[in-house]
Design a protein around this ligand. Structure first.
Ligand code: ATP
Ligand code: MG
Length: 426
């Protein structure tokens, strides 16, 4: 039997509700903050990610799903969405055509990583990108939006870690500092980090190997190298966060795994998740648009992994706290003749917006009721020849077992009352 590839997962019907919930809440929150949705292709030219994410990052070096199409074009399944959104932004001149260039996305990303809890090869991200301002207030607004989103999703106990990775100039000073400190201990670094020491020393701070982490923790942190304006930017982001009563931790070793970041970087962490504990991450990328041959436009964005959000929601809620929003009706028949009248009844109920399942098996009433229970129907309509002759149905409340006769013409009214008035949805 052929199975799904390692690192991918089917999302089955019994799990889909939480996905819909996250998608709906995310769209609502992003739109409240003035973002509009953008959908970019799942694959792009490989060069886009090499230039956008950076040639010497783990993502580009080791994690991309790259292939050639029939004409020999070099393509890659997107490992993240920022580079694609920037490409689309430039290609369609959204800086001129959109009065408010704030975009959000939602979709699958692909990285060849070692699968483990909260880490897959195909995983879903939600995220936003805001173009056109380098005001530190916007950085704080993005963080506030993410925390607002998580609070709506019922996730609490999060930590917000922030840092600045500086601008091109002070970051270069820091890179030299890193090389000077680490070169004498080069032999103790892992083979990847030995290469990074020459090509991209900042990424050594991002290495997850124990030995490299311990060496990295002994080198001076970037805050000592930041130039005056980068330091001021970070201080102002902190002032805005304080104004919004958002608790944060300045973590001067937080550099993030992508090359495009400048100034503010941040991660939202759920400690209960264990090793893969970053639920959301992001930062400023003031040079990326110019680097992709566009105008000099600053931007800031973030991405969050939906699979990790789900793990986090499951840790935050106990199962009986989650409300059961199931609203459904089942139609059971006691005579094959009732099928004809039944289909008409349920079609009317569906047009009125009720979820109805009908039995087509002509099994005993007992086994039909068993099936209604399994489907978690709130009510079962029982229809037989006697009911049809009286233009009525029998309705069984599946929770308390009570039965009541209702005229077929009054069915819609009856269920509106049961589901929306007594169920308090009005
Ligand atoms: P990590 O340090 O966990 O590898 P990252 O720095 O690679 O994360 P980003 O590229 O910034 O993460 O992606 C943002 C978010 O997307 C992460 O915080 C995480 O929630 C999610 N994410 C990233 N990679 C994966 C993956 N392989 N599987 C599931 N979720 C992921
Ligand atoms: Mg990663």
């Amino acid at each position: 039997m052929i199975e799904a590839p390692r690192g991918t997962k089917d999302i089955l019907p019994n799990e889909i509700k939480i996905w819909h919930f996250i998608e709906e809440v995310s769209r609502k929150i992003f739109e409240i903050y003035g973002y509009n949705e953008i959908r970019t292709p799942i694959f792009e030219f490989t060069e886009l990610f090499m230039r956008g994410i950076g040639e010497f990052t783990d993502i580009v070096n080791k994690e991309m799903y790259t292939f050639q199409d029939h004409k020999g074009r070099n393509l890659t399944l997107r490992p993240e969405n920022t580079a694609s959104v920037v490409r689309a932004y430039l290609e369609h001149e959204l800086n001129k055509n959109l009065p408010n260039a704030k975009l959000y996305y939602l979709g699958p990303m692909f990285r060849y990583e070692r699968p483990q809890a909260g880490r897959q090869r195909q995983f879903w991200q939600i995220g936003t990108e805001a173009f056109g301002s380098d005001n530190p207030g916007l950085d704080a607004e993005v963080i506030a939006m993410i925390l607002h989103l998580f609070s709506e999703l019922g996730i609490s106990n999060l930590e917000t870690h922030i840092n600045s990775v500086g601008c091109n100039s002070c970051r270069n000073d820091y890179k030299l500092d890193l090389v000077n400190h680490l070169s004498p201990q080069k032999e103790e670094l892992c083979s990847d980090c030995k290469v990074k020491l020459n090509k991209n020393p900042l990424r050594i701070l991002d290495c997850k190997r124990k030995n490299c982490r311990s060496l990295a923790s002994k080198i001076p942190s970037i805050d000592l190298s930041l130039c005056k304006s980068c330091k001021e930017h970070l201080d102002q982001v902190c002032d805005y966060l304080k104004e919004l009563n958002i608790n944060y931790i300045v973590n001067p070793y937080l550099v993030r795994g992508l090359d495009y970041y400048t100034h503010t970087t941040f991660e939202i962490i759920d400690k209960s998740l264990g090793a893969q504990n970053a639920v959301a991450a992001g930062g400023r990328y003031n040079n990326l648009i110019a680097q992709m041959e566009g105008p000099d436009i600053p931007a800031i964005g973030f991405a969050a992994g939906i699979e990790r959000i789900i793990l986090s929601i499951k840790n935050s809620f106990t199962s009986n706290e989650r409300n059961d929003d199931n609203k459904s009706i089942y139609l059971a028949t006691t005579s094959p003749k009732a099928h004809l009248a039944g289909i008409k009844i349920i079609q009317e109920l569906r047009k009125a917006g009720f979820m109805v399942n009908m039995d087509w098996t002509s099994k005993s009433l007992k086994s039909q009721l068993r099936r209604a229970h399994k489907l978690r129907a709130n009510f079962t309509i029982i229809l037989g020849e006697e009911e049809i002759s009286k233009h009525e149905v029998e309705i069984k409340n599946m929770k308390d077992g009570n039965q009541i006769r209702v005229s077929i013409d009054k069915l819609n009214e009856y269920f509106v009352k049961k589901f929306y008035v007594e169920g308090k949805l009005v």
